[in-house]
Write a protein that binds this ligand. Structure first.
Ligand code: C5P
Length: 229
């Protein structure tokens, strides 16, 4: 059983908002995710604020570039001491391999996670890119490439976890956003699962944003989700 399986998405854009949120959740059973908006707004200060509060950071910047550039960016993330970071599997097997190999030489090695097909992507969108597979097959294909390249896992929706867990096995980390406890608002998420379903389907970590951050009592919201799991 993995400890601290909830990753709170810190989708704010200023240091003031971040400090406020971090103060509310720092003593709970969670880790945190810093995404593109927060990182582009205040930079590595976001990581420092979270680390100062004793929180493990998933740096969700979804790197995608030529292998060397991508590897150097991920190395920089490793040197900030982040717990987890990610890149796009569609950057290719060589890119994933070069990144992983560069991390081997680092003193601190974050979990390296692949993004397969964004959940916002439709079948029509895939066709537009010239991809003939359906969405599920493309996810499976990219997950397989990530596994072969030695990544530690992938981000996937709650509806994909069961299938991927079966095909890829236990030794691969599945990180799942789109989590909604029964008592929470769906917001703009479409293919949602509850925390209990996500765990039953084989997810290792659950990314949860607004059900916690928009709650009047984020600490209590986390406790309820942990209990539900
Ligand atoms: O507030 P909510 O729980 O919907 O936030 C989910 C978080 O996970 C957001 O930071 C969102 O960008 C991220 N995410 C997602 N779906 C993906 C990948 C990431 O919702 N496929």
């Amino acid at each position: 059983m993995t400890e601290r399986r909830i990753i709170v998405a810190l989708d704010v854009s200023s240091a003031t908002e971040l400090r406020e949120l971090v103060t509310q959740i720092k003593d709970t059973d969670c880790r945190v995710k810093i995404g593109k908006e927060l990182f582009t707004s205040i930079g590595p200060l976001a990581i420092e604020i979270c680390h100062d509060a004793g929180l493990d950071v998933f740096l969700d910047l979804k790197f995608h570039d030529i292998p060397t550039t991508c590897a150097r960016a991920v190395r920089a993330a490793a040197r900030w001491g982040v717990w987890m970071t990610n890149l796009h599997c569609s950057g290719g097997a060589e890119m994933m391999l070069v990144v992983r190999e560069m991390l081997e030489g680092e003193r601190h090695r974050p979990f390296l996670i692949g993004v397969t097909v964004l959940t916002s992507m439709s079948l029509a969108g895939l066709r537009q890119l010239g991809i003939e597979r359906d969405l599920g097959s493309q996810v499976d294909y990219l997950a397989g490439l990530a596994h072969i390249a030695g990544l530690d896992g992938i981000v996937c929706s709650g509806q994909e976890t069961q299938r991927l867990r079966k095909s890829i096995g236990q030794d691969f980390c599945l990180v799942t956003p789109g989590i909604r406890p029964v008592w929470a608002n769906d917001n703009d998420q479409a293919r949602i699962v509850t925390p209990a379903q996500a765990i039953a389907n084989g997810s290792d970590y659950l990314v949860v944003g607004r059900p916690i951050t928009a709650s009047e009592n984020p600490q209590n919201a986390i406790a309820r989700i942990v209990a539900e799991m």
